[in-house]
Design a binder for this molecule. Structure first.
Ligand code: F6R
Length: 608
């Protein structure tokens, strides 16, 4: 996720900013940059890759600048290159800006500025804002920023400097955190307290739609509409470690709890409830091919493959297109039949998984349209596709994939609605589906309230060496995902199954006290899954049910129940997976395992 740090005061700014950037490294980033006011001249230095690479290009100790802004970027619009890194400048080289968030209407703003002959150098939404501020600048930076933000739709936390006002930083926020650090004859600005905590623990938190203008000796806060606001100075009480984890004990826990926000970001600007439409900018050039597609093949590994399985059901349900899901490692070495009209979708968090990349290449070579559903912008898979949709769920640091799974399902749901609407789904049916999809983040928050109960269940059964996970229909991939989460971080053997398959062999495993997690939410196959629960109970298994809120009969059948809010059946996986992630997380802790770095596993599998 992107990070901002800025300084204005009496000290050399550059060493402070570089140190601040290093403090932000834990958030994940792919490029970085600084803008310094060197003797009334703006100097911008940026680089792709690590902060150490940027540092090599800077004269950190030699810089005399006492004002500057800096940024770590996690790419969303445009690949992680030096040109796309922040700070971005305007055409007159007077303005520099760093930005966290997404400017949703950047295409329209860019068109407007291009008509005014403003030249652009990067692919980013952020440069549009820098250019707009430059275009509107008439000798007052605060006014120009205010005016530009009036035209912006989307989210932002920004810090802006101007060569004509060398001792000033203008900061503003909407939907992306920003705080001002208060020092002795100096102020700092940051997206995250960890970046400035070494210098001050006194901070002012900006609220949405607020601005701050800081210089060495003044802090002036207003709303974006110029109404003065008096802000309270607060003391940061967290240590650096606590801040990095935002109060969580592990990145996996943090990422589980980030899911509602991650999904809001994933859907932002894409789900159009009023029109009953999905806007997928990445598919603009292939929309006709998608409408005419005769077959979809999803290819992926691990958790991403489970998301693909949900995608198969979604595309067949909503899009009425035959869809298959293939393990990338198998697909690449088979002799797959790729007929005319085949669309291949590679699903990958990292975008670097060797088998998925090779499977995509194989399908493409045989004539399939190659699409990507990827989290890391500019990654190898993203570069190899004909078109793609990014997850926008932010960096995933914990080895066990959590928010990427729900982000992948959300993107596949949007793709299914996108294709379905073009084929046979009515506007009202699409609207109903999108309405339910847009409510998922709030419902995830309710599902996360299961944390304490999930912990108690995990601790009660953490000593059992074999678990089963059962689901039907849309819950079958969730059963697989729940079992994978448990085995990879707690080293408990777990198997996920379509519940009806149990009778064809695995039922022999069920012995007295064996934990069997059954996803038994309301849906087409509810009665059948209840029969499966009876079968497990009859053999002494301990049923841990995941059920829909308001289900009054399930508590009589299961040993433990975790309730999730109701939603349309195709969207349930994004809610039912949450208690399973929580159970796995707490079971791993109960067994003393290293949750974020489980043994034998790497975050990105770049070899076969
Ligand atoms: C499980 C997990 C892995 C990945 C798999 C694919 O928690 O993280 O199963 O899902 O290695 O990785 P990506 O999505 O990066 O292609």
């Amino acid at each position: 996720m992107c990070g901002i740090v800025g300084y204005v005061g009496q000290r050399q700014a550059l060493p402070l900013l570089v140190e601040g950037l290093k403090r932000l490294e834990y958030r994940g980033y792919d490029s970085a940059g600084v803008a310094m006011m060197e003797q009334n001249r703006l100097s911008i230095t940026k680089s792709a890759g690590r902060i150490s690479v940027l540092e090599q290009q800077l004269d950190v100790d030699g810089s005399t600048a006492t004002t500057g802004i800096a940024h770590t970027r996690w790419a969303t619009h445009g690949a992680p290159t030096e040109i796309n890194a922040h700070p971005h400048g305007d055409a007159s080289h007077r303005i520099a800006l760093v930005h966290n968030g997404i400017i949703e209407n950047y295409t329209a703003l860019k068109k407007y500025l291009q008509q005014k002959e403003v030249p652009f150098v990067s692919d980013t939404d952020t440069e549009v804002l820098a250019q707009l501020i430059g275009h509107l600048y008439r000798g007052n930076l605060e006014e120009a920023v205010r005016e530009a933000l009036r035209d912006v739709h989307g989210t932002f936390g920004i810090a802006v400097v101007c060569a004509d006002e060398p001792g000033t930083i203008v900061a503003a926020r909407r939907g992306s955190p920003l705080l001002i650090g208060v020092g002795q004859d100096e102020y700092l600005v940051a997206s995250d307290a960890s970046a400035i905590l070494a210098h001050t623990s006194q901070v002012v938190y900006l609220s949405d739609n607020e601005m701050a203008v800081i210089s060495a000796d003044s802090l002036h806060t207003t709303t974006l509409d110029a109404v003065p606001v008096t802000k309270e100075i607060q003391e940061v009480e967290w240590t650096l470690d606590q801040i990095e984890l935002a109060g969580h004990t592990h990145f996996m826990e943090k990422e589980i709890f980030e899911q509602p926000e991650a999904l809001r970001n994933c859907m932002r600007g894409r789900v159009d409830l009023a029109e009953g439409k999905v806007h997928l900018g990445g598919f603009a050039d292939v929309a006709r091919e998608l409408t005419r597609a005769r077959r979809f093949i999803m290819t992926a590994c691990g958790t991403a493959w489970h998301a693909g399985l949900v995608g198969e059901y979604l595309l067949e349900d909503l899009g009425r297109i035959p869809t298959e899901v293939e393990y990338a490692s198998e697909f690449r070495y088979r002799n797959p039949v790729i007929e005319y009209g085949t669309v291949t979708v590679a699903i990958s968090q990292s975008g670097e998984t060797a088998d998925t990349l090779a499977a995509l290449g194989e399908a493409r070579q045989r004539g399939a349209l190659a699409l990507g559903v990827v989290n890391v912008v500019g990654s190898s898979i993203a570069r190899e596709t004909d078109a793609g949709i990014y997850l926008h769920v932010g960096p995933e640091i914990g080895v066990a994939s959590t928010k990427a799974f729900t982000g992948q399902v959300a993107v596949l749901a949007m793709i299914a609605a996108f294709v379905g609407r073009r084929k046979h789904l009515s506007q009202s049916a699409t609207q109903e589906f999108l309405e339910a999809l847009s409510q998922i983040p709030d419902r995830m928050e309710k599902a996360l309230e299961n944390n304490a109960k999930a912990k108690a269940i995990a601790e009660a059964y953490a000593d059992r060496d074999n678990w089963l996970y059962l689901g039907r229909g849309y819950q079958y991939p969730v059963a697989l995902e729940g079992a994978l989460k448990l085995k990879e971080i707690s080293y408990i053997h777990a198997e996920g199954l379509p519940a009806a398959e149990m009778k064809h062999g695995p039922i022999a495993l069920i012995s007295d006290g064996m934990p069997v997690v059954v996803i038994a939410t309301q849906g087409l196959q509810y009665n059948k899954i209840i029969s499966n629960i009876e079968e497990v109970r009859a053999r002494g298994g301990r049923v841990i049910a995941i059920a829909t809120e308001g289900d009054s009969q399930i508590a009589n059948l299961a040993s433990d129940v975790l309730y999730v809010p109701d939603t349309l059946e195709p969207l349930q996986p994004m809610l039912t997976v949450i208690p399973l992630q929580l159970i796995a997380y707490h079971a791993a802790i109960a067994r003393g395992c290293n949750v974020d770095k489980p043994r034998n596993l790497a975050k990105s599998v770049t070899v076969e």
